[in-house]
Design a protein around this ligand. Sequence first.
Ligand code: CMC
Length: 428
Amino acid sequence: MSNATLLLEGKEYALPVIAGVEKEIAIDISSLRAKSGAVTYDPGYGNTGSCSSAITFIDGERGILRYRGYPIEQIAEKASFVEVAYLLVYGELPTKVELATFSLNLTRHTLLQEDMKKFFEGFPNSAHPMGILSAMAASLSTYYPDTEKREPNIIRLLAKLPTIAAFSYKKSIGQPFIYPRNDLTYTQNFLQMMFAVPCEPYVVNETVDRVLNLLLILHADHEQNCSTSTVRMVGSSGANLFSAISAGISALWGPLHGGANQEVLEMLQNIRSEGGDVRKFVQMAKDKSSKFKLMGFGHRVYKNFDPRASILKKAADDVLASLHVSDPLLSIARELEDIALHDSYFMERKLYPNVDFYSGIIYRAIGIPTEMFTVMFALGRAPGWIAQWKEMVDDPTTRINRPRQIYTGARERAFVPIGERERTLVTA
Ligand code: CMC
């Protein structure tokens, strides 16, 4: 192991340099404060490695994404979502027997406790399904409080999230809940809980099932992003799995993270309803005073292209063609991408379409309502969150996550009793 030398106020400090298997390097500053009294400062954590992990590798410059070493392009083409979930959570691709057992376990735990249905009655019809998903994920901890039962709880969580998601949709449209069916696969079952109605038989469309697997796979993990770091942060205190994942769901909901897929579609609809002038929106995104951003563009890590977006761009064409759907929003998306990719503002800042740019068009084509887009992201990300939580819990070097700060508030001052306080009121 080599050292880096830091020169601080005339004194030298040797800091160990660590390297990952893909030769990415980091300066280990964990001893810096004890040695020198200084902390590092990195708002937004753009330069901070918060853990070491063997789950997902990303090279943002070269557009590489691998789960447990397998390139995303190969996984996307050849695997099912359940297989990928197994790979992420347990570290290796399952054998036939392992996959069959895992799938069977997932199938057998899809039902919610009947009591939990009452929770849905309490939410308003207009409740955003992400709010419901987060609340229901946390409430699972009240039904399964035994934290020693880690494996059953992992299975329960993966199995029940699609049921919760589908129930939240049914609630929003005033339809009865459709119970899970044990003769269907994970994704088929989700589709029937979403779209079946009690009065009609429901047949799962094969193309829809295939593309749903693809979408979930592409979202399954993405190393230390905002929601995953949140899961690790909450989990580092020893909080239970369900609470940690509930926090991750809340973090994902934000429009700069998973919430971007809903925002992209709303933006495309907006462009269309305002006459389709794509250049006007590109201009607005460049104007800092407008506060408008091109949703679905840019990424903290990818500075060349997002391999997930490349896969989805192609899939959007194929899916719409095979489902005989013609969507004017797809043409707007393509035009927007083309203009932005040739614009110096986006080129200089290395802003490319991200995973959320084309996913919404596909969700729309397979009948998923806009408000459910981020929920779909959460269903896909669940195995990644669980794998990262498990890795953290199993790592003997894990400590409670507790960043430092640089204080910028008032210096010490004497307390002023209430009767002696005077403040000039500033009126607008
Ligand atoms: N439209 C216009 N300008 C942008 C955009 C955008 N979508 N994204 C970044 N910029 C500008 C930003 O204003 C800044 O400009 P300047 O250097 O002049 O100050 C520069 O590009 C660098 O951006 P940043 O905000 O410092 O980058 P970040 O790494 O902090 O943020 C991001 C990354 C994804 C939050 C951001 O690009 C963004 O807000 N994109 C739109 C929301 C979005 O699509 N989010 C989904 C991300 S992918 C799915 C996921 O994993 O969550």
